[in-house]
Write a protein that binds this ligand. Structure first.
Ligand code: SF4
Length: 353
């Protein structure tokens, strides 16, 4: 399969009429200028020069809140610039992200003209009360309408949802995933909420009216969401905000994160947590008290089976006194495991022979 590279271009959404309580794009964009066509060319050329694998699929992605909300002339200028690379065979596709209420037939026709392939919608929650509570400025009906139109026009649909929004419960988040699945996205991003400096959420956090999730709580909910999306073969293209100089441990100087379930390897915590549950379930089904087991998986799963900082191995030993040996075999399908008991504890009665 061809490797895929994303060429990210961040488009600040100057003058976004919304004011989502978790977002500080306004305060950041106060210092930022709108990027120019030259910036776009410079970024694309830089990435193209550095992508060694010439056969790989290269996607130009316009990230930032709401691409289709910016000035139409600017949109066309950026899209035309990216499209030139597609026409010359230097890049393969274009992706944009936007809000559900900034999608209509005219907008979609414009995106089609420039061969945009994927449209990601910031959904955040399927609960209208939570959307209102977070000042999103749109309802879930807008998400349904936009998603259907996007698919009708033949784009690949992506959704972004958040975990741990104010007054949102685990049930709300599971319900959001259920509602999104019904809209048939090809891919999703899951973002546990981090409290960012200079946001309304920071104020609520300081006033103690908003209590962020812990890493453990975020991981537990994400495990359920990942299982639901995996079952429907919906690709999870990101779990947790990307680490940058600003989005990093709140204890590090210069971090924009004030609080919340920040972890540099959140996705690994979620995936290895799922492996731990799967291994434990298999062990519990055995009719013997095991002392040592060997688990064989596809090479790509080995790290997650072992866990972040060997967490799964340590936890099995500590909680169930089981030694876990992890082996790899490329003939085993990714996501599958084979378990062999290497050593059992003697039967209770045998101790007294
Ligand atoms: S999240 Fe998007 S829509 Fe909300 S305030 Fe930020 S840029 Fe605007």
């Amino acid at each position: 399969m061809r490797k895929q590279y994303v060429i990210p271009i961040f488009v600040p959404h100057l003058g976004c009429p919304n004011d989502c309580i978790f977002c500080n794009q306004r305060s950041i964009s106060g210092q930022q200028k709108m990027i120019t066509k030259e910036d776009v060319i410079k970024t694309i050329d830089f990435y193209l020069e550095n992508i060694k694998d010439k056969e790989a699929k290269k996607e130009i992605a316009f990230f930032g809140g709401s691409f289709t909300g910016i000035d139409v002339e600017k949109q066309e200028e950026f899209l035309q610039t990216a499209y030139e690379y597609i026409k010359q065979g230097k890049a393969d596709s274009i992706r944009i992200s936007t809000r559900p209420d900034y999608i209509n037939r005219t907008i979609l026709k414009r995106l089609k003209k420039y061969k945009v392939e994927t449209i990601e919608l910031g959904v955040q929650s399927a609960n209208d009360y939570i959307l209102k509570r977070c000042n999103r400025g749109h309802t879930f009906k807008d998400v349904k309408k936009a998603s259907k139109l996007i698919r009708l026009y033949g784009f690949k649909l992506g959704h972004q949802m958040m975990v741990g929004l104010p007054e949102s419960t685990r049930i709300d988040e599971i319900n959001t995933a259920k509602e999104l699945i019904k809209l048939k996205p090809k891919m999703v991003r899951i973002y546990p909420v981090l409290v960012i400096k200079n946001t309304k959420l920071e104020k609520e956090f300081l006033e103690k009216t908003y209590i962020p999730l812990t890493v453990v709580q975020a991981v537990e909910t994400c495990k359920e969401l990942v299982t639901m999306f995996n079952k429907k073969k919906i690709e999870i293209i990101r779990l947790g905000l990307q680490n940058t100089d600003e989005i990093t441990d709140p204890n590090i100087k210069g971090s924009e994160v004030v609080a919340g379930p920040y972890h540099p390897a959140l996705r690994q915590l979620v995936e290895s947590g799922l492996w731990y549950d799967a291994i434990l379930e298999k062990i519990k089904k055995l009719n013997v008290k095991v002392k040592k087991v060997e688990v064989t998986v596809n090479p790509q799963d080995v790290n997650n089976v072992i866990g972040h900082k060997r967490e799964n191995i340590e936890k099995l030993k500590e909680m169930y006194t089981v030694d876990l040996i992890v082996k790899q075999n490329k003939n085993i399908k990714p996501g599958k495991l084979e378990l062999k008991v290497l050593e059992k504890y003697p039967e209770f009665l045998e101790d007294y022979k």
